[in-house]
Design a protein around this ligand. Sequence first.
Ligand SMILES: [Zn+2]
Length: 269
Amino acid sequence: MKNIVKKVMRASGVQRHHVAAARMYCERHLLATTAGGRSARARSAGRILCYHSIGQSVSGVNDVKPKHFRRQIDLATRSGFRFVPAAQIAQTGGSPTDLAITFDDGWASVLSEAAPILREHSIPWLLFVVTNWSDHKTDWAKEFILPWHDIERLMAQGAQIGSHSLTHPDFGTISRAQMIDELGGSREVIRQRLGFAPTTFAIPYGQSANWPAAACEIAREAGYETVYAQAEETRPSETIPRTFVTSFDRDRIFKALLRGAYDNWEEWV
Ligand SMILES: [Zn+2]
């Protein structure tokens, strides 16, 4: 089990060290006080939230417990936010009270834990899959990642699907030929498995250093119209911002997040 956990962490970029996770915990709390206390700069657009797993602690800081996920939805709704499709915010900017929900990686708990809560509230959502993981090419993926027939079930229930690459590489470190494979290849696999070629892509790791300028052009050539980052103001150019929700985000931090306390914050820098 320990070995599998290590493999999951390596593959999905989870913070490997307790020190790094502890640093993130401190940063979240500090910013909730310093940046979240004052009224953040007025935001003119909607906000797209980026989740990963909902109740799979193997994903470390990326995991939000089901009870916290439910609370976050209640809290946002009570605070006057309205849930809309991510595409609506990506295309029009949306209004400051618009919120959208997305999930990266294809974790099994999206089906078992998140989908029922979202269905209960009639909230639209978008899932980005890593095609080699959904193909269950590795043992750890078999254990933790949704297979294609489950992704089809989610689609039938109304979930939108986008690509999150073939193998979840850091685009900041791979060659142009590999970028073409990761972008075009994953789009083709999704077309074969699910019967449509997606036009949305979420950048693995999603921070400023993970998406060189060449990747934008290759993504466009591969047929993608929208590329989602996992950062707000520090995102790579020509990408759509998303706000990362972490395992540390209880009420106080989540409220600060909605006010924009983490809009200048990046996870791995
Ligand atoms: Zn990812």
